[in-house]
Design a protein around this ligand. Structure first.
Ligand code: NAD
Ligand code: UD1
Length: 361
C-alpha cells in the first residue's frame, strides 16, 4: 500500500532459476514468512521447469502463489540475455540476487562441456555485469560440495582446498564461478557474496505440492528410488558395494530441501550485518552421512513399499563418502538442518505419489 501511495517501487529479491527445484522451495520459504517484506522476481528460461500450455507462469510458481496467497513476478529470460536481464533490473528495485540458474546434469556436462561453460560461467558473468550496471552488489550463489573434489579429510569444512580432482565439467563450472566471485570481491569492496555449498539436496515441501521434477530418467539417488517406489522404474542399481564405508555403499550428506531453502532466507540477513563484505563460502549440510542401503531402507519404511535393487559396479567419478562440517552455517547464519532422513523420504514419497508425473498432468 505504502509503495502504491507514494508511487515508489517495493524492494525486490531477484531469483534466477526460481522455477527449478531448489529455487522454488526457496521462493516458498521466503513467501511463507509472514514478515517478509520483499517482492519476489523470478527469472528463468524454463529449460528445466514446466509451464502448462496457455499459462503465463510455470506450475511450481502458480502452486506457490496458491498456497501463500502472494504474487510472484515472473520473467521468461535467459541469464545470458544481457538486455533481457537489464530490462528486469530496470523494472524492479532489486536489493539482492539469489542465483540458482544453471545446468546441473553431471553426465551431460561431460558430453557438452561448452554448453555448460556458456550457461553456468558466461551466464553468471553476464548476470554480474548487469548487477554492477544497476549497482546491485548483494549475491547468494548456489555452489556445491563438488568444489572440494576428492576429500582429503572428513568432515569437509570451508577451509578444505577447492578445485583439485573435481570429476566433472559441471563441478568445474561451480569452482570457476567461485574463483571469479573472489576476483570480483577483491576488485571492489561493495560486493557481498555468499556462496552456499550444498551437500545433497533431497525431499520436497511437506504440502506435497512442490518437489523435484527431473527430466527423463533421474541420475540422482533419491528421485530414482522415488520412481522405483511409484512403479515408473523397475529397480535401482546400487553403484558400488565395495567402498570402505559402513556397508560398502556410497555415503552422502543428504539435506532436506526445506532446510536448504531456510538457509538461503537466513543468509539474506547476513547482508545487513555491520562489516560484512567480500566472498563468504558456507556449507549447507547436516554433518551426518548415510549410505545407499540406509537410504533404501528409510524409503521403504516411509513409503511402505519394497525397493527392488541390484548391486552394480561403481559409477565413474563417484566418491566413497562425503559429509559436511556445518559449524560455519551455525555460527554465521544461526542455521542448522533440523529434518531427519525419515522426513526427507516421507516428503519425497508424498510428492512423488501425489504427482507421479511431476508437474505434468
Ligand atoms: P533445477 O534445474 O531444478 O533449477 C535450475 C533452474 O534454472 C531451472 O528452472 C532452469 O529452467 C533454470 N535455468 C537453467 N539455465 C538457465 C539460464 N541460462 N537462464 C535462465 N534460467 C536457467 O536445479 P536445482 O536442483 O534447483 O539447482 C539449483 C542450483 O543449485 C544450480 O545452480 C545447481 O548447480 C545448484 N546445486 C544443485 C544441487 C542439487 O543436487 N540439486 C546440488 C548442488 C548445487
Ligand atoms: C552427484 C554428482 C555431483 C553433484 C550431486 C548433486 C555424479 C558423479 N556426481 O553426486 O557432482 O554435485 O550429484 O547432488 O553424478 N547411487 C546409486 N544408484 C543410482 C544413483 C546414485 O547407487 O541410481 C549412489 C551413488 O553412487 C552415490 C549415492 O547414491 O553413492 C548418491 O548419488 P547421487 O544422488 O547421484 O549424488 P552424488 O553422487 O553425491
Amino acid at each position: 500500500m505504502f509503495y502504491v501511495l507514494f508511487n515508489c517501487k517495493m524492494p525486490a529479491i531477484l531469483v534466477t532459476g526460481g522455477a527449478g527445484y531448489v529455487g522454488s522451495h526457496t521462493v516458498m520459504a521466503m513467501l511463507e514468512k509472514s514478515d517478509f517484506e520483499y517482492e519476489i522476481v523470478v527469472v528463468d528460461n524454463l529449460s528445466n521447469a514446466y509451464r502448462a500450455k496457455g499459462e503465463k507462469k510455470p506450475v511450481a510458481l502458480l502452486r506457490i502463489e496458491e498456497m501463500t496467497g502472494k504474487t510472484i513476478q515472473f520473467y521468461e529470460v535467459d541469464i545470458r540475455d544481457k538486455q533481457g536481464l537489464s530490462n528486469v533490473f530496470g523494472k524492479h528495485d532489486v536489493q539482492c540476487v539469489i542465483h540458482f540458474a544453471a545446468l546441473k546434469a553431471v553426465g551431460e556436462s561431460v558430453e557438452k562441456p561448452l554448453e555448460y561453460c556458456q550457461a553456468n560461467i558466461t551466464g553468471t558473468c553476464t548476470l554480474f555485469e548487469v548487477m554492477r550496471d544497476h549497482s546491485v552488489y548483494n549475491l547468494i550463489y548456489s555452489s556445491s560440495c563438488t568444489v572440494y573434489g576428492e576429500p582429503e579429510k572428513l568432515p569437509l569444512d570451508e577451509n578444505h582446498p577447492t578445485g583439485r580432482g573435481i570429476s566433472s565439467p559441471y563441478g568445474r563450472t561451480k569452482y570457476f564461478c567461485e574463483e571469479i566471485m573472489k576476483d570480483l570481491c577483491a576488485s571492489d569492496p561493495k560486493w557481498k557474496i555468499i556462496s552456499l555449498r550444498y551437500f545433497n539436496p533431497v525431499g520436497a515441501h511437506p504440502s506435497g505440492r512442490i518437489g523435484e521434477d527431473p527430466n527423463g530418467i533421474p541420475n540422482n539417488l533419491m528421485p530414482f528410488i522415488a520412481q522405483v517406489a511409484v512403479g515408473r522404474l523397475p529397480e535401482l542399481k546400487v553403484f558400488g558395494t565395495d567402498y570402505p564405508t559402513i556397508d560398502g555403499t556410497g555415503v552422502r550428506d543428504y539435506i532436506h530441501v526445506v532446510d536448504l531453502a531456510d538457509g538461503h532466507v537466513k543468509a539474506l540477513q547476513l547482508f545487513h550485518r555491520n562489516g560484512f563484505s567480500g566472498f563468504c563460502p558456507i556449507n549447507l549440510g547436516t554433518g551426518t552421512g548415510y549410505s545407499v542401503y540406509q537410504v533404501i531402507s528409510a524409503f521403504e519404511k516411509a513409503s511402505n513399499r519394497p525397493i527392488p535393487f541390484v548391486p552394480s559396479p561403481r559409477r565413474a567419478g563417484d566418491l566413497a563418502a562425503n559429509w559436511a562440517e556445518p559449524a560455519a552455517a551455525s555460527q554465521l547464519l544461526a542455521w542448522n538442518a533440523t529434518r531427519s532422513l525419515a522426513q526427507m523420504c516421507g516428503d519425497v514419497w508424498r510428492w512423488q505419489s501425489g504427482n507421479p508425473n511431476g508437474y505434468r498432468e
